[in-house]
Design a protein around this ligand. Sequence first.
Ligand code: G6P
Length: 612
Amino acid sequence: MCGIVGYIGNREAYPVLLKGLKRLEYRGYDSAGIALLNGEINLYKKQGKVSELEAFIEGRNIEGNIGIGHTRWATHGEPSDENAHPHMSQNGLFTIIHNGIIENYTYLKKSLIEQGYSFKSMTDTEVLANLIEYVYISQEVSAEAAVQLALSKVIGAYGLVIMCSNEKDKLIAARKSSPLVIGLGENEYFLASDATPIIEYTDRVIYLDNDDIAIIKKDELVLKTSRKDDSLEPRIQTLDLGISEIEKNGYEHFMLKEIFEQPRSIRDTFRGRLKLETNEIKLGGLYDVYDRLLEAKRIIIVACGTSWHAGLVGEYLFEDLARVQVEVDYASEFRYRNPVLEKEDIVIAISQSGETADTLAAIQMARDAGTMVLGICNVVGSSISRETHAGVYTHAGPEIGVASTKAFTAQVTVLTMMAMMIARGKGLIEETRYKDLLRELDAVPEKIERILEQDDKIIQIADIFSNVSNALYLGRGVSYPVALEGALKLKEISYIHAEGYPAAEMKHGPIALIDENMPVVVIATRDNSYEKIVSNVQEVKARNGIVIAIVTEGDETIKGMADHVIEIPATDPSLVSLLSSIPLQLIAYHIAVMRGCNVDQPRNLAKSVTVE
Ligand code: G6P
């Protein structure tokens, strides 16, 4: 949520910052700004996309070897030129970019107004800029001391990069609950809220920890921390990220690229973990907690958005295969509900970004209660991966499209492997079923390829429904979360109102909506509730609804009833969500494109929600 980029070194900063903002735009895109330090500070900001900022800056002074840039997702104050970052303090001494929320900003603002400060924007960030300046002037301290002192008065979350026009040789960065990465070059440093703007310059990075402050000159980096428990020695890590992974590689949108990447991303998720030769699943990140997992009385899954849907699939898998009780909760509900946590419980947090504020808070709460917390994350080194006791990376590669696709199937793949591992460890799964399941899981990427080959047919179906206003998605059992996910995909990128429902629940409400204009997407693959779902299809048809059915290859029964059918290869019922979610992603994608929507950057959404 919001993207931060900074540069200090011998290059011209502007091209680095502009390119960085374009790479980060998926994190927020309602306004953008750049400040360059070149003797004086030149500050440019504009409501709208980064391209609008670029056009605005064209022909203006862009010189300077030090600079900061920001792309915003509004929290305090509407999207506007004034509310865009960077924000400059009243006397022009400090210019800052900020991700996160300053919770006590109203109180701080009031105190600053009493000291004669006035404000141009509605943001909490401008309050922080003025607070730092006020401390700097009134206490006559250095810029870094002013930052430290000001932050000690702040309640909230921040990733910050700060320039001081009196101390022109440095950038100051600070982090609390909002990620910041520093890339290390030769006499130059790059800063960003994630590694995507850094990777083309260097693969050596330092992830700041909570309460770290970095003072960065072009040839020196000093790290300070107010944490009691840590050394000040920066941990330099090597990025495992290729530039091609963050480019569109010929696809029209990141979302389409990521949908088509799924055979590869799922293979990456089980590479080295699913061992057909020895019929084993090895999840290295869980070795230390293996016994605890087998003994768990209850698993509580916490997540948000699409990751929550993956959690619901996990509930079916853990209960069915591993016979352990599972609860799945929205992290935002869990954290404020005073949940009952027992010693034998295990909390599993699922998050693509590893930065979602509510999921992080839920983890903290579970930890405070003494519960073991495991993470399933995509972004290596992310906050959630560091805050959990153990976990498994999904290794799906960077997901840039705001609507999550390959992260979902990677999360479900990890959950499947975990459920199988526990089931086997507890002696609950017959060897033949286990081996069949392993082979079926191994075959999923190839089966997804066969679904992707039907893209032209899916485009034709999407074309028929691109102008509808509502849609219903139905599924039973493990296909119910797939229905929820299909509906979420459609609504978030095409702005069509869509609802996912357990098919049998349709009779208790949504059936009233069905008429000849209502498309109903039914996940009707062959499993033990197949006959029931056939009845549900008939109920929709009896009310003239239009049925688009996702069926198992060769199904003739539903073909005879539904208006449109998309066939997916047969698989083990436990794995079907990995296949049935693919056509739903494609339907949503094509409808959104046909409606002229910005698929990769849907309105009001952000990829990584680092505020609650
Ligand atoms: C945002 C994104 C979703 C994502 C959700 C949870 O809403 O737009 O795609 O599913 O956050 O994010 P996480 O990174 O925790 O999976």
